[in-house]
Design a protein around this ligand. Structure first.
Ligand SMILES: Nc1ncnc2c1ncn2[C@@H]1O[C@H](COP(=O)(O)OP(=O)(O)OP(=O)(O)O)[C@@H](O)[C@H]1O
Ligand SMILES: [Mg+2]
Length: 508
């Protein structure tokens, strides 16, 4: 459904972007037409986000030109890009959680009058919201919104500012399958209205279902642009990685041992009523992967936070190594072998302004071998550890001492996984561990998780991808509205439909 006139909406020509003497983009050409959904693909660190940051005026290119509808554009700041109709929704959302939806919409906009008529803003939001099927409540505080809702706010914010080019950086990695379908139908409406859409994603099947064309980057260079009718999964993977995909993993059958963690009648308040934990009881055994299926926003975060000691339960018990640890703090949980991979990489997971070794030290600075003496850290040890983890996980090299925020999204995720999986955990609370990883890295991480299972860790795998859950889990537990709906002891014996019904709150 590409509607193209002779002059493309966006043409980027010969773009270079250099960081620390490395080319994040090298002589990249990129073209976007009106009414087109154009996917941008490539491995973690290939330069996708960088190229789009150049288009959005966040980075100034070191070489190359940008043309908007045939006219050369120079962006000194994102404001200039917005004025030219370019809007970007980032990999990590940029809304202010304490403000309402409508406040976020007008925040930082030029020409906002001193006295704001809220009704006018709300009306315009509702009009856009209806036109593009993006339901939101302008009065809602962003903090209380689900990830899917926040993303709708980000999109509306761009439309509110008059964006004709919408750049979406891995929008679906945080969406549930149903939300993704709705989201794609919105994108189709936007494309039909003449917008040009750039979609960055690692999910090839999805991309093939929505994008008209796709451009592949590899190590900063453009490998080529293909029509989706002409590209299959294998071709694209080959273009991205420069070699065919391997899928050699074989899962051994589980040999569950004793109890790794158990909880009884656990209740805890959530950030919203539907996310309150109610009477949760289950046992996680050593050497098993217990899948937690549920639609996002059904208290999965609250459950993991409680099991990691970050949220204090109102009642009930959490047993670790024979001891009730409910009410203790996060460090007590870490010391009893609990690793936690949260959804929120750049907040709970990592400290973006710290460097790699500091981020690695975060969960062990008080213990040997990272600690030497009472107030000293063994930086040599931490440097060695950082290097060997970076090696093992294929984390991109950055100059020693640089803050980890310069890492690409997937590389940040790899760093957090490396830290959490390398601490000889006995319990791993893994929320969407492969979000944002390219095909190769995702495969590697799944293998590492299976290795920890062989070594006897109990793993709670939170995912809304039923295919992933069925492939990885030894048992599957379903959560809905903060309650456990049931546990399937043998996923081979139950259908995905049945699990799906339980996820929707139906007792089956
Ligand atoms: N602000 C920055 N400072 C230094 N280096 C950076 C900065 N932003 C990006 N880079 C580097 O540029 C390269 C490309 O990163 P980019 O974020 O564009 O990758 P990506 O293709 O979006 O990967 P991912 O799939 O992991 O999100 C990486 O080597 C990254 O470390
Ligand atoms: Mg990126």
């Amino acid at each position: 459904m590409t509607v193209q006139s002779s002059v493309p909406l966006v043409f980027m020509s010969g773009i270079d972007k250099i960081f620390f003497e490395n080319y994040a983009n090298r002589s990249v050409d990129f073209e976007l037409g009106r009414g087109e959904v154009h996917a941008l693909l490539g491995e973690n660190g290939a330069g996708k986000t960088t190229l789009m940051n150049v288009l959005a005026g966040i980075y100034t290119p070191d070489a190359g030109k940008i043309y908007i509808e045939g006219r050369e554009a120079r962006f000194a700041s994102p404001k200039d890009a917005i004025a030219s109709g370019i809007g970007m929704v980032h990999q990590h959302f940029m809304l202010i959680p304490a403000l309402t939806v409508w406040e976020n919409m007008i925040l930082g906009m030029d020409g906002v009058p001193f006295v704001i008529d809220k009704r006018v803003v709300a009306e315009k939001i509702m009009e856009l919201s209806e036109r593009y099927s993006l339901p939101v409540d302008p009065e809602a505080v962003v903090l209380a919104l689900s990830i899917g809702e926040r993303q709708r706010v980000e999109l509306l914010k761009m439309l509110y500012r008059g964006a004709r080019v919408l750049i979406l950086d891995e929008p679906t990695s945080v969406l549930t399958p149903q939300e993704t379908l709705d989201f794609f139908s919105t994108l189709r409406k936007m494309a039909a209205a003449g917008h040009g859409i750039v979609l960055i994603s690692h999910k090839i099947e999805e991309i093939l279902s929505i994008a008209g064309r796709m451009t592949v980057l590899r190590k900063g260079k453009c490998v080529g642009t293909v029509e989706s009718s002409q590209a299959g999964r294998e071709t694209l993977a080959g273009m991205m990685m420069g070699r065919p995909v391997e899928n050699a993993r074989k899962k051994k059958s589980a040999r569950p041992g004793g109890t790794a963690l158990s909880c009884g009648k656990l209740s805890a308040r959530g950030d919203r009523d539907s996310r309150t934990l109610r009477d949760i009881s289950f046992e996680l055994r050593e050497g098993e992967i217990l899948g937690l299926a549920g639609v996002a926003g059904n208290a999965q975060d609250e459950l993991c936070e409680t099991l990691a000691g970050l949220r204090i339960p109102d009642s009930g018990e959490i047993i670790l190594r024979g001891e009730n640890v409910a009410g203790m703090g996060p460090r007590d949980f870490i010391e009893r072998g609990v690793s936690y991979i949260p959804v929120d990489r750049k907040g709970t997971g990592l400290v973006p302004n710290m460097n790699m070794r500091e981020n690695i030290a975060l969960k062990r600075y008080w213990r040997k071998p990272a600690a030497c003496g009472r107030f000293m850290l063994d930086w040599d040890f931490l440097d060695d550890l950082s290097r060997s983890l970076a090696d093992a996980y294929g984390i991109q090299a950055i100059p020693a001492g640089s803050p980890v925020r310069v890492l690409s999204g997937g590389n940040l995720q790899k760093l957090m996984l490396a830290r959490e999986l390398s601490s000889k955990p006995s319990v791993i609370l893994a929320m969407h561990p492969v979000w944002g990883l390219d095909i190769g890295a995702a495969e590697f991480v799944r293998e590492r998780i299976l290795e920890e299972r062989e070594k006897g860790a109990g793993i709670l795998l939170v995912s809304d991808d039923l295919d992933e859950l069925f492939e990885m889990s030894d048992r599957i537990m379903v959560i809905f509205g903060g309650r456990i709906m049931g546990i399937a002891d043998d996923p081979g014996d139950v259908s995905k439909e049945r699990i799906g019904l339980m996820m929707a709150g139906m007792a089956v």
